[in-house]
Write a protein that binds this ligand. Structure first.
Ligand SMILES: [Zn+2]
Length: 279
């Protein structure tokens, strides 16, 4: 599932192709992508829109149009974007939408599991949309401080892993980067979020940023599906410290990495570096 570094990589790659271009023709072949809105209505509404910029908020790609409207693209499990491509919807059985730009090139949206979403917002609706979903700070921006993290965690008994996955403390983290960040911070995934001390919060904030920055520098992690818009795999999977490394030695202390389940997700940690009891 693409997380912040994968979505950011896609944004960086696609921004030069989209910025300043108009959506000339839009075909959406899957009603699940736009529901509850009918796909043909969303497609018609998008035609003629000119892209002001391509942004990102958490795991959402945010296409900002000059009209003030926004198209939010969430890739969920297996969504991906390709550019440039040729052929219409029938060129690929998993292709769900195609946007013809005014330079004649096509952007295609592909999604095997079909959990991805396209949401068209009218001018002025963006902030409210994210607020309603309680989307937390952008972890790479200045507003993401250890104080902000403390506020988000205050009184929460949920395990750290769950509290970081639910997007309220920080937007854009998923299973991979939460495990990587907790290993860097030497924090056990089952510690209660609300019990972290000031120093631990500082270390965690820094660890989250480092894990995400490395992910972006390596153009994301390609485990199964993830590719950038030109079809290239990321390299982050070669640099995992704990994720998926069951039984392999911890890169800090040599102890075999263990796997447990937290919040229904496979979770990897070092039983020696990441103690359950606060140190
Ligand atoms: Zn260790």
């Amino acid at each position: 599932m693409p997380e912040l570094p994968e979505v950011e990589t896609i944004r960086q790659r696609l921004a030069p192709a989209l910025t300043g271009r108009s959506f000339e023709r839009v075909t959406i072949g899957d009603p699940r992508l736009t529901r509850p809105e009918p796909p043909e209505l969303v497609a018609a509404a998008l035609e003629g829109e000119r892209v002001r910029e391509l942004g990102r908020r958490g795991k959402y790609l945010v296409v900002a149009f000059e009209s003030g409207r926004h198209l939010l693209v969430h890739l969920r499990m297996t969504g991906s974007l390709q550019h440039p491509v040729s052929g219409g919807l029938d060129a690929d059985p998993h292709r769900r939408a195609v946007v013809r730009l005014d330079d004649g090139s096509d952007v295609a949206y592909r999604d095997v599991r079909r959990f991805g979403t396209w949401t068209l917002l009218e001018p002025g609706e963006l902030d409210e949309y994210f607020a309603a979903r309680r989307l937390g700070s952008e972890p790479l921006e200045r507003s993401f401080t250890s104080r902000a993290l403390a506020r988000a965690f205050a009184g929460r008994r949920a395990p750290l892993k769950a509290a970081l996955l639910d997007q309220r403390a920080a937007a854009g983290l998923g299973n991979i980067y939460v495990d990587e960040a907790l290993w860097r911070a030497r924090l056990h995934p089952l510690r209660s979020a609300g019990e972290l001390g000031r120093q631990e919060l500082k270390v965690l904030r820094k660890a989250i940023r480092e894990a995400l920055e490395l992910g972006i520098a390596r153009q994301g992690a390609s485990l199964r599906d993830y590719r950038d818009p030109s079809g290239r795999r990321g390299l982050m999977q070669k640099e995992f410290r704990v994720y998926g490394r069951t039984g392999e030695p911890c890169l800090r202390c040599g102890t075999p990495i263990e796997k447990i389940r937290v919040a229904g997700r496979g979770t990897w940690y070092c039983p020696r570096c990441q103690r359950r009891e606060p140190s």
